[in-house]
Design a protein around this ligand. Structure first.
Ligand code: IPE
Ligand code: MG
Length: 234
């Protein structure tokens, strides 16, 4: 979700205003997923590196984060959106951590959308955490070192219970991953736009999906093998 600061600057307003507009765009993309039957949405809300921004911006983001959690969780639950968080939340103020935990405790057996907010998240840290979990299992004797492989590592990563992401969208014109889901994005289709996050609308998301629909996903194979791959997946 990139471009909040520039959106505000274009209007000669403080960056904080851009973040508030960015929060409204989250509503837009959530509604879009519900309309289109998209079952999983993961938003990069705050990276592990964002803690190093100026103190007043971090403070404003924390207040906004808390306000959004206070005002949106009930409505999301009503809409059958399951909310979860990934990342290191230990540095977040306690009021936020309590709200996160409360939101994650809500049981929604008939959830339509799993909305994951990556907060204090870093893709490298995610991989390191997974390695540490497996190392602990080796130490306690429940895992042999030879059993450390792509499958066991994948199980220890964030989002392990979801299919790998199909489509990655980055707004704001930069062409990079910036330490988002490094492991999980291995075969994800990447889509970049200059549109700033607060300006996101249904038409933009329609464009991204149309582009995605036109891509041939070969997963390292050649075109001729794909019909067989599709059959296997059934
Ligand atoms: C993204 O917008 C929001 C967060 C990282 C919290 P930016 O704040 O990075 O906006 P720009 O890149 O300065 O425009
Ligand atoms: Mg940015």
């Amino acid at each position: 979700m990139d471009g909040n600061g520039r959106w505000a600057k274009q209007r000669q307003r403080p960056r904080t205003l851009g973040h508030r507009a960015g929060a409204r765009a989250v509503r837009t993309v959530v509604e879009y997923c519900l309309k289109r039957g998209i079952g999983a949405l993961t938003l990069f809300a705050f990276s592990s590196e964002n803690w190093n921004r100026p103190e007043d911006e971090v403070g404003a983001l924390m207040r906004l984060f808390l306000r959004v959690l206070e005002s949106e969780v009930d409505e999301l639950t009503r809409q059958k959106v399951r909310l979860r968080f990934i990342g290191d939340r230990s540095r977040f103020p306690e009021a936020i951590r309590l709200r996160m935990a409360a939101a994650e405790r809500i049981v929604l057996p008939d959830a339509k959308l799993t909305l994951t907010l990556a907060a204090g998240y870093g893709g490298r840290a995610d991989i390191a955490r997974a390695a540490q979990k497996l190392a602990e299992r080796v130490r306690e004797g429940s895992l042999a070192p030879e059993q450390i492989n792509e499958a066991t590592l994948a199980e220890a990563m964030d989002l392990a219970d979801l299919p790998p992401p199909d489509l990655f969208i980055r707004t704001g014109g930069e062409h990079r991953i910036s330490n988002f889901l490094l492991w999980q994005l291995a075969y994800t289709e990447l889509w970049f736009t200059d549109v700033l996050w607060p300006d996101l609308d249904d038409a933009l998301l329609d464009n991204a999906l149309a582009d995605f629909a036109g891509r041939e996903r070969r997963f390292g194979l050649i075109s001729e093998q794909l019909p067989a791959l599709a059959l296997e997946a059934r």
